[in-house]
Design a protein around this ligand. Sequence first.
Ligand code: PAF
Length: 274
Amino acid sequence: MQVISTIAELHERLTDEREIAFVPTMGNLHEGHLQLMRGARKHGSCVVASIFVNPLQFGPNEDFEQYPRTLNDDCAKLEGLADVVFAPSVKEMYPVNQTVYIELPQIASELCGAARPGHFRGMATVVLKLFNIVQPDVALFGRKDYQQLFLVRLMVEQLNLPIAIVGCETVRAEDGLALSSRNQYLSDSERAMAPFLYQTLKSIKQHMQNGDRDIEKLERKAIESLAGRGWQVDYVVIRNQSDLMKSDSEHLVILVAAKLGKTRLLDNIEFDLL
Ligand code: PAF
């Protein structure tokens, strides 16, 4: 495995590769990322991971400075899973002040975009830059960040990028908590409470599959139940899988974002009405 930090060196390394599978990450890798890497091997003869904490997708009061940077540990975990790790500096990715951005549709300003203004614009801009730099055939993203995956697919489709996007299953701890680099911010007591987020999603799904279709009531009750246990809820919504609009189909996704103390956690569950 080679660890490369410049675009020029990366281009030289990848020049003869014909089937590149790419996993973009911000590092601090956990089992969820490693599953993406294992998935990537099925899609390409050369597996590239990027590790880059992208300043463009963090708001002024967010955790950009604190975000765990663990390059050596990450590379040890990637040994045997990736062929190339691209770990550029901020200067390498943004040699000049970035003034050109991807403009996304309104849905990018809703849900996580409402709580994190500019987040998806910064995410999409760096993902497009990374796609242009790595030139993968396939790129893999986790389904936990459902809105991110949705927007990346939209960008790839509408900008005619010749890249297949693969969404991979959320990896969970035994108690159901979706794995995330931010879980390590949780105190012991918060960690013990955290599985309630996924339990809430499963309970809404159960109600809907049992015939309860009062979406507003189900959303409201879930918010009340989380808030009653000390969560600060950004949103609990039931939407169409295909367009993230208010649900009018049978293929649904329930999305949640809520904070325990200072840690903002995301989760979702996809299901079809029976
Ligand atoms: O999901 C992430 O880790 C990031 O948003 C991504 C896709 C690597 C872009 O910085």
